[in-house]
Design a binder for this molecule. Sequence first.
Ligand SMILES: NC(=O)C1=CN([C@@H]2O[C@H](COP(=O)(O)OP(=O)(O)OC[C@H]3O[C@@H](n4cnc5c(N)ncnc54)[C@H](OP(=O)(O)O)[C@@H]3O)[C@@H](O)[C@H]2O)[C@@H](O)CC1
Ligand SMILES: Nc1ncnc2c1ncn2[C@@H]1O[C@H](COP(=O)(O)OP(=O)(O)O)[C@@H](O)[C@H]1O
Ligand SMILES: [Mg+2]
Length: 283
Amino acid sequence: MNPICIDKNEILKRYKPIDKHTHKGIQGHALLIGGSYGKMGAACISSKAALKTGCGLVTAFIPKCGYEIVQISIPEVMVLTDVQEKFISNITFDIVPQAIGIGPGIGQELATHKAFHELLKTNKVPLVIDADALNILSQNKSWLSLLLPKTILTPHPKELERLIGKWNSEEEKITKAISFSKNYHLVIVMKGAPTHIINGDIIYENSTGNAALATAGSGDVLTGMITSLLAQSYEPINAAIVGVYLHGLTADIALPETGYQSFIASDVIANIGKAYLSIENEA
Ligand SMILES: NC(=O)C1=CN([C@@H]2O[C@H](COP(=O)(O)OP(=O)(O)OC[C@H]3O[C@@H](n4cnc5c(N)ncnc54)[C@H](OP(=O)(O)O)[C@@H]3O)[C@@H](O)[C@H]2O)[C@@H](O)CC1
Ligand SMILES: Nc1ncnc2c1ncn2[C@@H]1O[C@H](COP(=O)(O)OP(=O)(O)O)[C@@H](O)[C@H]1O
Ligand SMILES: [Mg+2]
């Protein structure tokens, strides 16, 4: 059970510097499916985080009530709306995304369960599953067999418990997570302090981040970041590793200015640039 430490060396092995001839059409298009009435913020921050992590295009798929909220708060993000006002009920799109992130703020309406099920039945695009999409999956475990190999799940401890059941020790938690990852061929980002990433038998332990991240929406931001890296053609395990490292690094960089208490999820997004620069400076 010896985890591999995710430190600068591990990141430099996986980090892809920007090609100076790239353009937005080949930087990757991420689709973020999120939000419901009262939780549109989750869709805003996950899609903004995706853009700030470097993919060329981001589309947010949201319920109708979020249209102006997202367009005004992040004009760089394109928007597709569901037929329903307050929740997602039917996920259809005519774009060709290179990665999809689903879950932040979507709630658990029955129509949203159905929409998620339909997506899983037809989807061929690399996928990140978070938040309420994980909770829906926990209530419909037979759908796990629909997931493409190396789908990324990003549970916090409660979401993980809903998925794999209770554990009595850290060791048992890891053992159960490894079996789950192997059974369904999934990458599991077990968020916490520290975050562990499970890829079959291999366990990684992140070295960045601090208690400033214990704030609403910081996980929604992580979903956007990992989805963005997937859209930029990172292998799923590398998208998870680099995303988790960069996410934690933003909090380490911001801490001297914000302290623990005043750091919020938007500060993660605001510091992604500095986190990238700190990796670049080591390269
Ligand atoms: N601005 C917006 O739009 C926002 C929207 N959001 C959206 O809201 C939806 C619900 O998401 P959620 O995570 O708040 O609810 P839920 O799954 O019931 O988990 C909460 C319970 O889990 C536990 N727990 C959590 N972390 C833990 C830890 N590290 N270590 C241990 N336990 C931990 C803890 O349980 P307790 O300890 O109280 O038993 C806690 O009470 C989701 O779609 C999300 O995207 C939010 O992101 C906020 C900003
Ligand atoms: N004390 C802590 N130390 C380090 N990281 C933390 C701490 N508390 C929370 N985090 C990180 O913050 C994020 C919280 O995610 P999550 O619980 O899904 O938040 P939300 O659903 O509100 O967006 C995770 O990446 C987690 O690892
Ligand atoms: Mg969350």
